[in-house]
Design a protein around this ligand. Structure first.
Ligand code: MRU
Length: 347
């Protein structure tokens, strides 16, 4: 279990965050990039069972809301290997659904798998599960591309104030958090491809340091960037060194309140105080219309050990809520909407 399949000191070639492996006739599996080893080591790990998937999500070997959803969908396919009954399907879904509480993409992907699989004949259920998980992954790739294009239009409008457009992001909402180009970073990659000079302020994102993941993937893509301590963000925004903030999301409530990695709210406050546009980029699968406001979003409390503080009392909420009134716009695969306009995307 969890034997590394490939280990390298260097980031080349570009390993996918998750990929199906059907090389063996008897057991299908998925390969993931172990994000607990990045940026120091590039390690691919094989997930053979649903329990491997549970471990990968809980330990944050895979992380980022969209990628968590895709991985959980593959977890269902792996979980049906020896038993495709309705009862076992329900057990698999229940086990996977409690791995992480805040990213709604997890629940969304599992609900979709359950809906499709309950309607499918037992004889083809396994195959249907793999196909549906693959479809969810493919849709994430398409959503990343569309978010990149819509975000690029915003960047183009904001560009021109200076030669280089300075963006700020928090956590990692890039390719490592999705199947393709990410959400918050997709417009930045699109801008680079369009010849726009960009520079990204990357906040460290204590305590798990997802900012290092962002710096790693921006370096891999050739995007100029600077790593900062989380607490430096307010100063840089006050000094006029930030033209636009773009972050991802783990869950967007019906009123536009947004849960994202802890520390996002402080950046939104500073951006609003200094008139800097603050955008949230996320696929529709991150919007939870059953959640009226941010107060209804469960906030994951993670282990005290993550703070590395030894034997002192610790609180470790992993996410915070940015109220809708601090958000300039939400970028999804459908376009850009203000929080008040969000209902137009309800299907
Ligand atoms: O705890 P993580 O690393 O899974 O949290 C990730 C974030 O908060 C991301 O910003 C969010 O999931 C968006 S990823 C496209």
């Amino acid at each position: 279990m969890h034997t590394p399949v490939h280990t390298s000191l260097y980031p080349m070639p570009l390993y996918p965050t998750i990929v199906e492996d059907h090389a063996s006739n008897t057991s299908n599996s998925v390969l993931i990039l172990d994000q607990t080893r990045l940026p120091h080591l590039v390690v691919q790990v094989r997930l053979n069972t649903m329990h491997d998937v549970v471990h990968a999500i809980c330990s944050m070997q895979v992380r980022g809301a969209p990628l968590i959803g895709v991985t959980a969908a593959y977890g269902v396919a792996l979980g049906l290997r020896h038993d495709v009954s309705d009862k076992h399907l329900a057990q698999v879904i229940a086990t996977l659904s409690v791995t992480r509480p805040t990213a709604v993409n997890l629940r969304w992907a599992l609900a979709r798998m359950q809906h499709v699989l309950q309607k499918s004949a037992l004889a083809t259920r396994r195959e249907v599960a793999w196909n549906e998980a693959g479809a969810i992954a493919a849709e994430d790739r398409a959503a990343n591309a569309a978010i990149g294009e819509h975000g690029l239009q915003l960047i183009k409008r904001c560009w021109g104030k200076r030669g280089v457009l300075h963006l700020m992001t928090h956590c990692n909402a890039g390719r490592l958090a999705t199947v393709a180009n990410g959400t918050a970073l997709a417009p930045i990659y699109a801008a680079l491809a369009a010849g726009i000079a960009v520079h990204v302020w990357v906040s460290e994102t204590r305590p798990r340091n997802q900012g290092l993941l962002t710096a790693w993937e921006l370096a891999e893509a050739g995007v100029p960037h600077t790593l900062i301590a989380d607490n430096a963000a307010g100063l840089l925004i006050m000094q006029g060194k930030v033209d636009m903030v773009i972050v991802g999301a783990d869950r967007i409530a019906a009123n536009g309140d947004t849960a994202n990695k802890v520390g996002t709210y402080l950046k939104a406050l500073a951006a609003a105080a200094h008139g800097v546009p603050f955008y949230v980029a996320a696929p529709l699968s991150t919007i939870d219309f059953s959640c009226p406001s941010g107060q209804d979003i469960p906030i994951e409390e993670r282990a005290a050990a993550e703070l590395g503080a030894g034997d002192v009392p610790v609180a470790n909420p992993a996410f915070d809520i940015t109220p809708a009134h601090l958000i300039t716009g939400i970028i999804s695969e459908r376009g850009v909407a203000t929080p008040e306009e969000l209902a137009q995307w309800k299907t």
